[in-house]
Design a protein around this ligand. Structure first.
Ligand code: ITT
Length: 199
């Protein structure tokens, strides 16, 4: 079993990531290390800056996740401000903002930054869906009770972690990250990818 550190204060994110990386041979260790989340236009800029800042201070390989809910009718709000808006307005506040709004389209986005052997790699995942009319379900975290992924009638909070992972922005990004890690530790070609550091 290899080991990777997930730097996050969010236990829900950790649990979802662990369920994907453990079966492919990675023990995921959660560490809460506060890092600057810059005011930037995209999740990728926020994640990259955070990873570069942490890379100067933390030993070994790690991942971080910057994610958010982007609501079409609100011009992408709360987007990069999702954490702040969740703390201040919560799901109830979003439902109030969406009161009477017919266009319920929204999407969750997640950007992971992986620090592996001195390099930073970015993996992104998107999950389209819509904002529910009311809060439903007790699973998951954050905005899960008000988000219904495309093709579903249930909110993320009404699903098991496995079901959410199979559809979610985070599931998509972490599966891509997992594929990359697998490629790095088991080179099948004579020329190893730059990230390969032995088995
Ligand atoms: P970190 O320590 O990893 O930064 P955080 O919760 O502050 O944890 P972000 O800065 O990435 O995370 O903020 C993302 C916000 O969007 C936060 O309020 C989350 O609850 C919410 N969010 C992200 N992914 C979600 C998901 O899969 N389901 C529900 N809410 C989600």
């Amino acid at each position: 079993m290899r080991r990777i550190t997930f730097i996050t204060g969010n236990r829900g994110k950790y649990e979802e990531v662990r369920r994907i990386l453990e079966p492919i041979g990675y023990e995921v260790v959660q560490k809460k290390i506060p890092y600057p989340e810059i005011q930037a236009g995209t999740l990728e800029e926020v994640a990259r800056f955070g990873a570069e800042w942490l890379a100067e201070r933390v030993e070994g390989d790690f991942i971080i996740d910057d994610s958010g809910l982007f609501i079409h009718a609100l011009g992408g709000f709360p987007g990069v401000y999702s954490a702040y808006v969740y703390r201040t307005l919560g799901c109830e506040g979003i439902l109030k903002l969406m009161d009477g709004v017919e266009d319920r389209r929204a999407e969750f986005r997640a950007v992971f930054a992986l620090r592996l052997g001195g390099e930073i790699h970015i993996f992104a995942g998107v999950c389209p869906g819509r904002i529910a009319g009311e809060m439903r379900g007790t699973g998951g975290f954050g905005y899960d009770p008000i988000f219904v992924p495309e093709g579903e009638v249930r909110t993320f909070a009404e699903m098991s972690t496995e079901e959410k992972n199979s559809l979610s922005h985070r599931g998509r990004a972490v599966r891509a990250l997992g594929e990359y890690l697998k490629g790095c530790v088991r080179p099948t070609r004579r020329t190893s990818p730059p990230c390969w550091r032995g088995s």
